[in-house]
Design a protein around this ligand. Sequence first.
Ligand SMILES: Nc1ncnc2c1ncn2[C@@H]1O[C@H](COP(=O)(O)OP(=O)(O)OP(=O)(O)O)[C@@H](O)[C@H]1O
Length: 300
Amino acid sequence: MSVVIQVENLTKQYKELTAVDGISFSVKQGTCFGLLGPNGAGKTTTIEMMEGLVTKTSGDILFFGQQINKQILRDIGIQFQHTALQDFLTVEETIDMFSAFYAKVTDKSTLMDLCDLHDIADRDHKKLSGGQKQRLLLALALINDPKILFLDEPTTGLDPHARRNFWDLINKVKQQGKTVVLTTHYMDEAEYLCDDIVIMDKGKIIAHDSPQGLLSKHFSGAIIRLPIENLKDEKPEAYGRLFGENHVDIDAVDVEKVISELLSKKISLAGLQVKSANLDDLFIKLTGHQLSQSEKEEQA
Ligand SMILES: Nc1ncnc2c1ncn2[C@@H]1O[C@H](COP(=O)(O)OP(=O)(O)OP(=O)(O)O)[C@@H](O)[C@H]1O
């Protein structure tokens, strides 16, 4: 697979704050690349430097081996978190208006098929549900038939059903050979969509691999989740990582052995869960920080 985007030692300095701190990675053609991290990690600054919207302080961003230029900009599609659309236009009229900006455009009917917009073609865009609006914004990002699609937190605020539908759409886009660069706060989204993931914290990359590679590198065996109240007066940190305010997660290579140890210490197993690790668990392990619902919604 050829490399589409190469990022080398990229840095962004805002006065004393280093928002992005010398990061390097590459994105391969036809893959979905995910940038994950807590609030303020530097994801948006990174993606906006790649999109050419924010000036880098130092480092390199190469597309197909070249610095960003007008031709490359024509090959990029961006779905912003918020896009101001012209009032009083229907879905189809909005697509027509955006099509007029480009010399080369995707066939309208194909685009509306892909993004499932035919049934709402005549609807005022202001009357769309969250999921329908995201599908329209995706169509607008794809209007110029880009080779690379940037999505900045595309499903924040959507209900689970609409998020799943959107994921199916992104997979269809990938099947067309397009490369997708995504930022998200949702670990399940990254696990489902991404072939390659970078986890950022405080401007630096703290982990980079495929979802499966990340999990097998950082976990072996299972996670035992135990209510903290079962530990009575003992410190939960002596057993594992805090999960929220009420649970402790214990990494267990040998589940039976850990359970026997708990029993030998007369610790109750009431409410105990045994689960396999997912990216949410990895995120907590690496950043010491659980992404709260309010933090996810803050971005909506
Ligand atoms: N224009 C700016 N001027 C000064 N500081 C900025 C500017 N833009 C971003 N920052 C700071 O840079 C850091 C990284 O911000 P960035 O928005 O890239 O993080 P993020 O990972 O996208 O966070 P979020 O998930 O909240 O969107 C933050 O500390 C932010 O306050």
